[in-house]
Design a protein around this ligand. Sequence first.
Ligand SMILES: *[C@@H]1O[C@H](CO)[C@@H](O)[C@H](O)[C@H]1NC(C)=O
Ligand SMILES: *[C@@H]1O[C@H](CO)[C@@H](O)[C@H](O)[C@H]1NC(C)=O
Ligand SMILES: *[C@@H]1O[C@H](CO)[C@@H](O)[C@H](O)[C@H]1NC(C)=O
Ligand SMILES: *[C@@H]1O[C@H](CO)[C@@H](O)[C@H](O)[C@H]1NC(C)=O
Ligand SMILES: *[C@@H]1O[C@H](CO)[C@@H](O)[C@H](O)[C@H]1NC(C)=O
Length: 539
Amino acid sequence: MTNLKMFSKFFSLTALLQLVPCANGAGQQHVLKDKPTSPFDAKFAKLAKDTLELWHVPGVSIAVVDGNDTWAEGYGISSFPSTPVTPETLFCGASTTKAFTAAAMALLISSSNYTGLSWDTPISSLIREDFVLPDLYSTEHVTIEDALSHRTGMPAHDASYGGTNEKGEKRGVRDLVRSLRHLPLTAPLRMRFQYCNMMFVAVSHVVETLTGVGLGDFLKENIWEPLGMKSTYFDTDAAQAAPEPFAQGYVYYEEKYQPVPYMDLYIVSGAGAVISNVLDYSKWIRAFLTTSGPLSNSDYAALKTPRTLLPTSGELSRFPQPYTGPRSYALGWYHGVYQGYEYFGHSGGMEAFGAEVVIFPDLNYGLVSFGNTGETSNFAILKLIYDLIDEKLVIPPEKRYDWNKQNQALLHRRNHTYYNSPQALYPSIPSPPLPLTLPLASYTGTYTHPAYHALTLVLLNNTLHFYRDNASWVTTFELQHVSGEFFLAYMDSRAAPGGIFWAVRKAEFVLGSEGVVRKFGVALEVGMGEEGRIWFERV
Ligand SMILES: *[C@@H]1O[C@H](CO)[C@@H](O)[C@H](O)[C@H]1NC(C)=O
Ligand SMILES: *[C@@H]1O[C@H](CO)[C@@H](O)[C@H](O)[C@H]1NC(C)=O
Ligand SMILES: *[C@@H]1O[C@H](CO)[C@@H](O)[C@H](O)[C@H]1NC(C)=O
Ligand SMILES: *[C@@H]1O[C@H](CO)[C@@H](O)[C@H](O)[C@H]1NC(C)=O
Ligand SMILES: *[C@@H]1O[C@H](CO)[C@@H](O)[C@H](O)[C@H]1NC(C)=O
């Protein structure tokens, strides 16, 4: 029944060459392509090759779901020297996982197996001991819906979690949730969109507590198997042992590709642990387009309802965006309007993987693409998938959004910010700068924070360094003295240098009256602002 209904919608929109008004209201009209033919022609192959070269991405895979048809293609290298990407190649889906986590919650809510469970249920009523936030009001009122739409008041704090505990055991989902009580909130509940992976992990913990089953196993049994997604995994070991080839992630650094070791996704769980290929994701996209099982119509309706408006400020606000009207976050999905068509989508980013899913329900059309570098593969993918979308919508070349220009400008700005950070972050320091109170060696030692855990400052080459080796995202920091007890902390990734964690942060020490170093504060959480500090107490 659902298929028939969707088919007629698809038919009226594409097969009948219906005229559709342009989004910009300037009076132009564009004609949708009628006959589905493979979008992966020779011209696109050339674009793919050029785009991979431009962004220094070894490879990408792409699938297009157009009405009843699915096309999938791989371009470039899955692992050097010469293994090509194919549609079967596995990639980290990263944050495209979030839509599955929200879908799992939808299944639990609509199953009626749990009395009183709804999107409005406070998380603390389900995992009381574990889910505690720094204030009582937030603890008692943050709901499942808040967590799944990034409006809890909690910023990312991605540098806090992971590693092993005092007993040498790997920290897990429950440990991450229990650390939330020690992490500063940066907005009142439901005031603004603040992307928070940790809250999706809290929802993992809810699903696991209610069902007694790991989230990955729950998704496998209740979503992936019913949809025939046989190449979808929830941990790195399983993906490495799988019959399908698993793409190697890379970083392009110092003018060459360097492999980045696979990351342990155990604690990332419902925020980003899925590993899959474009063939399996096209089944997921088709289910979304046809609102077919295992999710019900009302499940899809809930997942697709916009919940939180996206801010109009931020890194991208300097660029004219190609969307019409405000964008929002639904449950595990971004939502907006592109060229007059409503879309749902999500990007995914890891240190060495990028992913994008974009779905246009009214066009019965969706795309997924994966790549094997961090962020630059998202840039390559955006160029490629929007070329396919614009071809489909017959947008004339001069009206197309220039994704490469936007993202090159973004990198350029970031580079400029990095190299100008001494002046930008410390615009007024005394001349000459104040000397450090104590000899550098007096600042070394171990410091600790209840959620960010231990941090050890060491002296190397007469410079202070610390390493976040005991965290999910392994980063290194080199401190450069500015004035008095104030420093710049030059940050980078251990495994993927020059990539997504390449940045500069402010840092400072506090001395006690007895003349020894007591505390070390670093602006580790961007959501707290430049002056925000995560304070580590000296032990
Ligand atoms: C699409 O699939 C539906 C359901 O199987 C079928 O009824 C319909 O004829 C198909 N449409 C096209 C254009 O092949
Ligand atoms: C709800 O409970 C029934 C009966 O125990 C079970 O078969 C079903 O899988 C449960 N559904 C969910 C989503 O947990
Ligand atoms: C992680 O922290 C724990 C507890 O402080 C410590 O025992 C362990 O050695 C650390 N691991 C690494 C790799 O630093
Ligand atoms: C980054 O900025 C530095 C210093 O201004 C400059 O030397 C370098 O070429 C820039 N790199 C890029 C990729 O823009
Ligand atoms: C210390 O300096 C030496 C010599 O300049 C250099 O080879 C080494 O990489 C430096 N070590 C660190 C940790 O910066």
